[in-house]
Design a protein around this ligand. Sequence first.
Ligand code: BG6
Length: 296
Amino acid sequence: MPTLEELNKLYATDSINFQVGEGGLPKCTITHPNATAEFYLNGGHMTHFQPTEHQPVLWMSSESKFEAGKPIRGGIPICWPWFGQAVEENRPQHGFARNTNWTVVETQETVDFVAIELKIESNAETKSIWPHSFELKLRFEIGKKLSIELETRNTGAASFRIGTAIHSYFNVTDASNIELSGLDQVDYIDQLDNNLPKQQQGEIKIREEIDRVYIESGHQVSIVDRTMNRVIKIKKSGSQSTVVWNPWISKANRMADFPDDGYRTMVCVETANAFTDVREIAPDEQHVIMQKISVA
Ligand code: BG6
């Protein structure tokens, strides 16, 4: 693993700097005229994004652990190569990408944005968990908007299937007082009701625990936060499923890395390839899933 000095020598720009983060883990801070942001190489995990003149967009748990090889709570975990619980025993929930140390490929800075590309590749350790050859690239473009692109390439001789979630935790004033629009009339799987299929009627309002996978969702979901006078728009491509999650009171209590009252100020809207939307990737083929976040 390169040292911070090496990372800075190779990849720092006026706005990009590598430093020691929480738990002694390496983090990258971005201070561009259009936005500030921060991500950890552990998990390729974005923990902060704030366009200039706006409030922070991402919610972070004050109780998050920052341990190498463990997921960070809040921000944007990358769930890959499966979403949710693995069918096989001893495989981590939501895959291993969020537990893996990512490598920096390149950085770029313009007057409008900075871009950073990270990657992980299959090796003996990943193959002991998931027996496939792959290259996974993660590209952040940070400016007035935040774009996240995840490209899976099959570098092996056999096809494989992947589930994914760009598992974004958004910062809201009061989860019980927001509306999520863009999913009216969309069918969903209710993960809190034996995965029963149901259909959304109107906008989503959160008054209790919610854990749903919307199938065949459109290309934009908006979080309308009237108290903050803000709308967060989430646009996407390469994804037909959208996960909406808030643990509410008792699940928040049960999670060691989640503050008891944290459910009040967050909601997860995840750009996914989940359930019927998992993707089969043939040898030498690739799949790109992309999420773009803007605020108004
Ligand atoms: C969501 C799932 O995507 O992630 C929920 O739909 C899950 O069921 C949540 O509780 C958090 O998962 P984890 O593994 O980060 O605790």
